[in-house]
Ligand binder design. Structure first.
Ligand code: GTP
Ligand code: MG
Length: 383
């Protein structure tokens, strides 16, 4: 089991190039985690002050957009240094919680041409991702959709760093395959999907097209996960992290250093029909949250089940020793020397430990059932 002992953390590995939306996704996840799952009491919250600070910084930027009515989906600052977001997932049962870490880093590190002098930093991030329980791959929906039929589309693998993502996904999948008794979870998350769904203020539903583009552009990433860890469940969860914005136009900007051109998209703000200022309105993020919560609680459930069985066997063994018939002489000796008393005491202690672990196992099973009943939204697919 790689599910952690007390005090250690489960990991979420996010792999994607610069400006794809990694930091925004982590922030959106936490914001959703604070309020989602009302029926289950499952919650996700920050676990340390540095994480709280990062989350509040991005929230302040988003609030600034709201107040100035200037939504600018390219304007949030990029990440300068690798940073581990630390979360707590409260299972909603008996005060049982799990620690969760997600590594965020400047996406420029993924591209070998942009990481000169920062190789050690990247190796650390790469190792974190490879050893993660869950792999998350954000994808830029606007870039996938708006470059279809464009002569510059052949730059997508270089811009989206899909070959580098494939390498990291291979390491992750090999690692998961070594723990194949555990379920393995990968989530592909297209972001900037506001213009391609009609469920969050958008006018047109182009979700089928988006799915096809993701399958096409990330084909080799999906292939390598399936080849190296065939039991992995690969989920597809498109997410709007902003909401009231609409793709307007895009152009290709030449690279000053002579590299591939850059895709630059413009968005307009959707006004609300009642004339009020637009509000941030996320969509699709609850699916990611439900999948993560189910997966992680499932891991803890399995781990506790093993512990409960172990305590139960041990309790039975001690109980058997307490009444074992070893012949008249040794029976008397074991009673006089206190051996039988000790065996009875141990049997009782182990029985209590088994009962407590069994209660937790059945409590978590109940939570898993409730999470399953919550279901997943209409945006979700399994790949
Ligand atoms: N409209 C819209 N904009 C998004 C979405 N997700 C991210 N963005 C914007 O895309 C820009 C880049 O997002 P980041 O989260 O900073 O990207 P990153 O992958 O962390 O980038 P680096 O830190 O450079 O690696 C930000 O200005 C976000 O506001 C989305 O779902 N919808
Ligand atoms: Mg970032």
């Amino acid at each position: 089991m790689t599910a952690p002992a007390e005090g250690t953390s489960l990991r979420i590995g996010i792999i994607g190039p610069t400006r794809i939306g990694k930091t925004t996704l982590v922030n959106t996840l936490l914001r959703a985690g604070e309020t989602a799952f009302e029926q289950t009491d499952v919650r996700m919250r920050w676990a340390d002050h540095m994480t709280e600070r990062k989350i509040l910084e991005q929230r302040a930027e988003l609030e600034g957009w709201r107040l100035s009515k200037q939504f600018n989906p390219g304007a949030l600052r990029g990440t300068d240094d690798a940073f581990v977001f630390r979360f707590v997932l409260e299972t909603g049962f008996g005060g049982l919680s799990m620690r969760l870490d997600a590594m965020d880093y400047p996406g420029g590190l993924v591209n070998p041409a942009h990481r000169l002098g920062r190789e050690a930093e990247w190796e650390e991030c790469r190792a974190f991702i490879a050893n993660s329980t869950v792999l998350v791959v954000p994808a830029d929906a606007a870039m996938l959709m708006e470059t279809a039929g464009d002569e510059n589309r052949h730059h997508l693998p270089a811009i989206l760093t899909t070959p580098e993502i494939e390498d990291v996904a291979r390491d992750w999948a090999r690692n998961r395959h070594q723990h194949r008794h555990e379920p393995a979870l990968a989530i592909v998350c297209p972001v900037r999907t506001e213009s391609y769904f009609a469920d969050n203020g958008g006018r047109r539903d182009r979700s089928d097209e988006l799915l096809e583009h993701v399958r096409e552009v990330y084909r080799d990433v999906l292939k390598v996960i399936r080849a190296e860890a065939p039991a992995t469940r690969i989920h597809y969860c498109p997410v709007d992290t902003v909401g009231p914005v609409e793709f307007l136009s895009a152009r290709w900007l030449p690279d000053v250093a002579g590299g591939h051109p850059h895709f630059s998209a413009k968005y307009r703000v959707r006004r609300r029909p009642d004339g009020h200022p637009p509000e941030i309105s996320t969509a699709g993020i609850d699916d990611v949250l439900v999948l993560l919560a189910r997966h992680l609680i499932d891991l803890r459930h399995r781990e506790l089940d093993v512990t409960a069985r172990h305590h139960r066997t041990s309790a039975n063994d001690w109980a058997a020793q307490a009444v074992q018939d070893l012949g008249a002489m040794r029976n008397v000796w074991n009673t006089v020397s206190g051996k039988r008393r000790k065996a009875r005491r141990m049997a009782e202690a182990k029985r209590l430990e088994a009962v407590s672990a069994e209660e937790q196992v059945s409590g978590l099973a109940g939570q898993l059932l409730r999470l399953a009943e919550l279901g997943l939204g209409p945006r979700h697919r399994e790949l």
